[in-house]
Design a protein around this ligand. Structure first.
Ligand SMILES: Cc1cc2nc3c(=O)[nH]c(=O)nc-3n(C[C@H](O)[C@H](O)[C@H](O)COP(=O)(O)OP(=O)(O)OC[C@H]3O[C@@H](n4cnc5c(N)ncnc54)[C@H](O)[C@@H]3O)c2cc1C
Length: 347
């Protein structure tokens, strides 16, 4: 349990420094080590310094088998397919949720269920027998949605304890691919200290080919992780295209490949996005897998929680988010059946 209160990053760096002192390590090995740290910061979407040494990988035993896959046309295709029959109100940012306390007067003669009232920034109100909160953990941490009564101590503690860091992407569209089309990804090892190592350390090949229609054109995605991602957002992603191009030219021009300027570019800055305030959850120093369970617990009579940060075994993933939705759909459906049977549905 002592390891739950130690930092993964600090322990890794301390161990490496000891080995380097003892073994006269070549600089190249240290550079490679730093690249792997950047890669780990990408996988956890946070600085290794904040991650719990004992708990950061508590979900590993539950990983599904099989390769990672990229969905041609983007993940939005899954979302669109699932949302086909659903009414969705865009431009309705939720600011306040009022929910009923659990009631003891269950049974056929009990009072009607009070229901949940959800208020939006544009003033619109929604009333329902149940509400499912799926805003990202970053939004809960920020407090941009208030709850009445306030969320219980156990849930608030979990919201504070779990981490929600940043991983960003720079998307570049080129006239045509100039890179090696036989690889999915390629890395860039640089002389990076803790602050710089995550800057464009890896590129994803999203180019459209005869066989793969991953995107609409010759697209490369550069990753920015760790401290570099925070700095990237603080600077408002200034000079980002010029910097990424410097890296790409450093990699390719020494091989005699001419690297053209991109036709278009876009940056994802999740840390400053008001509907995310970060990328995905992690277990930071002092937190445990139990905090994910606390986030998943229903509150009062009618307020439910889903989303990646409610999945102890599959956090930080799309499939985790999806499965949490199924879990809560079952829970809500069961409760509504009970209320209906007792003639207590509010709506
Ligand atoms: C850069 C990056 C790379 C990733 N790579 C992978 C990967 O390779 N594989 C993988 O499985 N997962 C990956 N993930 C993680 C995955 O995207 C998330 O775990 C998943 O999308 C979380 O789903 P969710 O439903 O919990 O939250 P979200 O998808 O964030 O949905 C929350 C929704 O709430 C909305 N919202 C926020 N605030 C409000 C408000 N006040 N009122 C109303 N609506 C609000 C948001 O607009 C959003 O639509 C990645 C994430 C990032 C950022």
């Amino acid at each position: 349990h002592g390891a739950d209160h130690l930092s993964l990053g600090r322990e890794l760096e301390r161990t490496w420094a000891e080995k380097a002192r003892a073994g006269n390590k070549p600089q190249m090995e240290t550079d490679l080590f730093n690249w792997h740290l950047a890669n780990l910061e990408f996988a956890n979407a946070d600085r290794l310094e904040v991650l719990s040494l004992g708990q950061w990988d508590q979900d590993d035993p539950y990983d599904f088998d099989g390769d990672h896959v990229w969905l041609p046309g983007g993940n939005v295709r899954l979302v669109s397919a699932m949302a086909r029959e659903l009414p969705i109100f865009y431009g309705h940012a939720v600011t306040h949720v009022e929910y009923p306390a659990p009631r003891s007067d269950e049974g056929p003669n009990g009072l009607a269920h009070e229901g949940v009232v959800v208020t939006c920034k544009n003033g619109r109100e929604f009333r329902a027998d149940a509400a499912l909160v799926t805003v990202p953990l970053g939004v809960l941490k920020k407090g941009s949605v208030s709850f009445e009564p306030p969320l219980p101590e156990r849930k608030s503690r979990a919201i504070n304890a779990l981490g929600f860091g940043v991983l960003d992407k720079v998307i570049l569209l080129f006239p045509k691919p100039f890179w090696d089309m036989s690889v999915d990804t390629f890395g860039y090892v640089t002389r990076g200290d803790r602050d710089r190592r995550g800057r464009y350390f890896m590129f994803y090949n999203y180019a459209k080919t005869e066989e793969h229609h991953l995107s609409g054109g010759a697209v490369l995605i550069a990753l920015v992780s760790g401290e570099a991602a925070l700095e990237f957002e603080r600077s408002g992603a200034a000079n980002v295209v010029a910097e990424t191009m410097t890296v790409l030219r450093r990699i390719y021009e020494r091989r005699g490949v001419t690297v053209p300027d991109p036709i278009d570019s876009k940056c994802a800055c999740w840390g400053t996005d008001e509907f995310a305030y970060g990328s995905y959850s992690n277990i930071s120093v002092g937190a445990t897998g139990e905090d994910y369970d606390a986030l998943a617990e229903p509150v009062g009579d009618g307020l439910y929680f889903a989303g990646e940060a409610t999945m102890r075994r599959h956090p930080a993933t799309m499939h985790g988010a999806f499965l949490s939705g199924m879990r809560e759909a079952a829970r809500i459906s069961e409760r509504m059946r009970e209320l209906n049977k007792a003639g207590r549905l509010a709506s």
